[in-house]
Unconditional design. Structure first.
Lengths: 110, 117
């Protein structure tokens, strides 16, 4: 069974800092890896999707990388802002299911 | 294009009552999923469907039933609600990426907050 781990569970940084969130998975037979953002009391919003054949994807200040051989993905957030405060989850589809990490709760301090 | 919608948004049940949560998607996606999210537990898959008329069990299926009579709808039923089923329920859908399987992104509904007293 695929297991997805996200470290750290919580992170607090001052505004303007660059930061990296980590996601690791045990089964490299994934189709892609997807990063989500979840605000308190809200649903999941897709941020980036990296296909298994790709190494990275970029959207604005966000850059996600994927290394299937090592079972790792990272989400890089540049010049963090208070509005980036949220929980970030990664998901790896294997077989017919998506497997989620428990998320990293990010707080950006003004 | 509404994406994935869920009905209702909030519900309070008494132990033993039954209810059905409705999920609808207008993106013609093959795959649909029901998750529950509890503090400290992350998202756990309850049931899923890989196409109209099909359903399969996920990680935590006990106490729930599902049906997918139409491609666009996926229903989650609680026959006899228990306090342990107090949670936030999310529905999601994903396209079938041809023979490559789940190459598409997953799209989520806004969630249903259920409290069982």
């Amino acid at each position: 069974k695929q297991e997805v781990t996200q470290i750290p569970a919580a992170l607090s940084v001052p505004e303007g800092e660059n930061l990296v969130l980590n996601c690791s998975f045990t089964d490299s037979a994934i189709y892609n890896l997807q990063w989500f953002r979840q605000d308190p009391g809200k649903g999941l919003t897709s941020l980036l999707l990296i296909q298994s054949s790709q190494r990275e994807q970029t959207s604005g200040r966000l850059n996600a990388s994927l290394d299937k051989s090592s079972g790792r993905s990272t989400l890089y957030i540049a010049a963090s802002q208070p509005g980036d405060s949220a929980t970030y989850l990664c998901a790896a589809p294997t077989g017919n299911q998506f497997y989620f990490g428990t998320g990293t709760s990010l707080t950006v301090i003004p | 294009n509404a994406g994935v919608t869920q009905t209702p948004k909030f519900r309070v049940l008494k132990t033993g009552q039954s209810m059905t949560l409705l999920c609808a998607q207008d993106m013609n996606h093959e795959y649909m999923y029901w998750y529950r999210q509890d503090p400290g537990m992350g998202l756990r898959l309850i049931h899923y469907s890989v196409g109209e008329g099909t359903t399969a069990k996920g990680e935590v299926p006990d106490g729930y039933n599902v049906s997918r009579l139409k491609k666009q709808n996926f229903l989650l039923g609680l026959e006899s609600a228990a306090p342990s089923q107090t949670s936030v329920y999310f529905c999601a859908s994903s396209p079938l990426g041809g023979t490559l399987g789940l190459t598409g992104a997953q799209y989520f509904g806004p969630g249903t907050r259920l409290t069982v007293l």
